[in-house]
Design a protein around this ligand. Structure first.
Ligand SMILES: Cc1ncc(COP(=O)(O)O)c(C=O)c1O
Length: 409
């Protein structure tokens, strides 16, 4: 642990913060990371300013082109945002990170910042619907070919790669909403294209995609990383070179993170470990209880032995997370009755926050899919996704079992 004196505000000496690089456990890193200011404050300092005084013309032209510069113009970089980015890089085991105005800001920068007309992308069918629309509807408009594969099928990504043409392989694990997993070791071993993984459902205390040879880790930090439903935020982590090259597109795309959201994101990271432990323990209890309910046809949770990729989950996830999905007998009528019957859980589309949320996938998160696409994605009329919150597990389990009784009894 570093105890050297740092120089704080107005040249005053301040005690240095503990150095997160001295600790290997992500929960400890999450508490310590991203304190680049050198000041004595423990909570992140908010810099709402859009711009900064430039010391000289020479310095200005250097600052304008430096992806790591956080005191030139806030669309390019900002000290509060840089603190969140530094924290994420430390947590991901990455050289650098870039924060965005949302998860989709991050995803679209990776896809459109890396790929050009004539390039080819391999992605999985089981994707967050916004990412899927970007790949299926927007990419073809720019002459980018996309092949969608079953991400849970061994060897499927590698088999679809076109040597010399595939620029990007894009995966999401666990995937929204049915918690299908992608084998990260297998993905990381693919040679040629860049590999990006949306790891929103598995924040770094659960899985660090870069440890498996993946090039870019992508998150909607609106979810578990921020963790309080008060920051709309995205982040991409990787080598300094890759992040600098994405920065060149990002400052034109303009989907930079707002300082206030980055501050809330950094505040959320401090409790990441305990939140994920609590949510994972409650989700496991809930998944087991729902599996025994006569009105529930199937439950998808990576921590259940019945999950077809439970062995893979044990290899690449430290915890199984707070997300699960299940299918009610009785189709969409049962789905609607279930949503109407919950008393503690709330019907809303996000995830990873303190409140338990339930979503009827076919009519909310995946509403834009055709019936055929819904079926191919395994989303039925009775599919419910649950994001387990921080309430006591007795209350969460009792509420959802009661709603399942009401919906199917
Ligand atoms: C897996 C995944 N990736 C990306 C996104 C998009 O994130 P945002 O809503 O912050 O743009 C979501 C949103 O639900 C998501 O679930």
């Amino acid at each position: 642990m570093s105890r050297e004196a740092g120089s704080g505000d107005r040249g005053r000496k301040t005690a240095a913060a503990p150095d997160p690089s001295g600790f290997s456990h992500p929960d400890t890193v999450a508490v310590l990371a991203g304190r680049r200011s050198g000041g004595a404050e423990l909570a992140p300092a908010l810099y709402p300013t859009t711009t900064f005084r430039i010391p000289s013309l020479e310095a200005g032209s250097r600052m304008a082109l430096d992806s790591a510069e956080s005191r030139y113009y806030t669309r390019n970089g900002n000290p509060t945002v840089a603190a969140f980015e530094q924290a994420m890089a430390e947590l991901e085991g990455a050289e650098a990170s870039r924060a965005f105005a949302s998860g989709m800001g991050a995803v679209s920068c990776v896809v459109l910042g890396l790929c050009s007309s004539g390039d080819h992308i391999v992605a999985q069918r089981q994707l967050y619907s916004g990412t899927r629309f970007l790949l299926q509807a927007v990419c073809p408009r720019f002459g980018i070919d996309v092949t969608l594969v079953d991400g849970a099928e061994p060897g499927a990504f590698a088999a679809a790669v076109r040597p010399g043409r595939t620029m990007l392989v894009f995966a999401e694990t666990p995937a929204n909403p049915r918690l299908d997993l992608v084998d990260l070791e297998e993905l990381g071993a693919i040679r040629g294209p860049l590999k990006a993984v949306d790891s929103t459902f598995a924040p770094p205390s659960i899985t660090r995609p870069l440890d498996f040879g993946v090039d870019l880790s992508v998150h909607s930090a609106t979810k578990g990383l921020g963790g309080h439903n008060d920051a709309t935020l995205g982040v991409v982590s990787g080598t300094a070179e890759l992040i600098a090259s994405l920065w060149g597109f990002a400052i034109l795309q303009g989907a930079n993170a707002a300082p206030f959201d980055a501050m809330n994101g950094l505040r959320g990271l401090r409790t990441l470990g305990v939140r994920l432990e609590r949510q994972s323990a409650t989700a496991q209890r809930l998944a087991e209880a729902l599996s025994d309910h006569p009105g529930v046809e199937s439950v998808r949770y990576p921590g259940l032995a019945s999950h077809p990729q439970h062995g893979l989950a044990k290899r690449q996830m430290r915890l199984f997370g707070g997300l699960l999905a299940f299918d009610l007998a009785g189709g969409s009528g049962a789905g609607e009755r279930f949503i109407g019957a919950v008393r503690l859980a709330q019907a809303a589309t996000s995830l990873g926050g303190p409140e338990t949320l339930v979503a009827h996938s076919a009519s909310t998160t995946h509403a834009g899919l055709t019936p055929g696409e819904l079926e191919a994605a395994g989303i039925g009329p009775g599919t419910i996704r649950v994001s387990v919150g921080l309430e006591h597990s007795d209350d969460v389990v009792a509420d959802l079992l009661h709603a399942a009784d009401e919906a199917t009894g």
